[in-house]
Ligand binder design. Structure first.
Ligand SMILES: C[S@@+](CC[C@H](N)C(=O)[O-])C[C@H]1O[C@@H](n2cnc3c(N)ncnc32)[C@H](O)[C@@H]1O
Length: 254
């Protein structure tokens, strides 16, 4: 099999692929030049000379395509179309899909003839550092968190402690980042979507949660609707989710 790896890192997994498949079948991409140089040295010391590329692995490496397998050892928010285009139909992409709320799942996608890819999330809490271009933008100046409409929340911010719940919340508010701050003597949990300007601030008191939100989309409304659908389906575990990636985007089903 011909394998494309994203995230060479130390070169450890690249070495494993080489010993299993032969160095001529292994291509690995590393974003960070210093890290790439160190990996090259590590691999050379083992006598291994796979194709090593320094650059943004989200673009893949078209020169070596088609690949039978693409494996990412850095996380992505959405699976890049280049990986699908560079994998042969029937080939597999193994990648950790996650986001800015810090929950992720390991997706095993099969590439189809029509240029789409789909497959399950595998079991376990799997996390990798996010690929560089998928890191969140700086929060910048915070919006005026006293503005906005306030209501009682059906779901409190404490729900975010649970990995799967956080994954579902993240899928409802994919552009949101989370911070906690102390205001007026109480702790507030804030979700902010820098791009849209939407935000939601939650605080708990006497076992009840209040949410205040503003800035366009009502972030916490979207979160509670998505959680409602997930709970109505029996709150399935992550390994009951499927992911599909088409030119229109990436969707999760359970
Ligand atoms: C968890 S480490 C990889 C571990 C590696 N497979 C090993 O065996 O040591 C993640 C690596 O992905 C790299 N990385 C981050 N964003 C990337 C991108 N867009 N393209 C390629 N590599 C990237 C990081 O610099 C880091 O070295």
């Amino acid at each position: 099999m011909r394998v494309l790896e994203i995230g060479t890192g130390t070169g450890y997994s690249t070495a494993v692929f080489c010993s299993r498949l032969g160095e001529e079948n292994v291509t690995s991409i590393e974003y960070d030049q210093d890290v790439a140089a160190r990996a090259q040295g590590n691999l050379a010391r083992l006598g291994l000379l796979p194709t090593l590329v320094t650059g943004d692995g989200l673009r893949g490496h078209g020169e070596g395509a088609p690949y039978d397998r693409v494996i990412a050892t850095c996380g992505v928010r959405t699976v890049p179309s280049a990986w699908i285009e560079q994998t042969r139909p029937g080939g597999i992409i193994l990648a950790t899909v996650g986001g800015w709320l810090g929950a992720s799942g390991l997706a095993r996608l099969t590439v189809h003839d029509d240029g789409t890819a789909s497959g399950p999330l595998l079991s376990g809490q799997v996390g990798f550092m996010l690929a560089r271009p998928h890191l969140p933008p700086p929060l910048g100046l915070l919006p005026d968190l006293t503005a906005g409409k306030e209501r009682e929340a059906r779901t409190g911010a404490d729900a975010l402690h649970d990995w799967t719940t956080r994954f579902v919340v993240q899928s409802a508010a994919p552009g949101a980042q989370r911070l906690t701050l102390t205001r007026a003597g109480r702790q507030e949990h804030v979700l902010i979507d820098v791009e849209s300007g939407s935000w939601a601030a939650l605080f708990g008191e006497d076992g009840r949660w209040t949410v205040r939100q503003d800035g366009g989309a009502a972030l916490w409304d979207a979160v509670e609707e998505q959680l409602g659908r997930w709970h109505s389906a029996g709150a399935p575990a992550l390994d009951e989710f499927t992911v599909s990636v088409t030119p229109d985007g990436q969707t999760y089903r359970w």
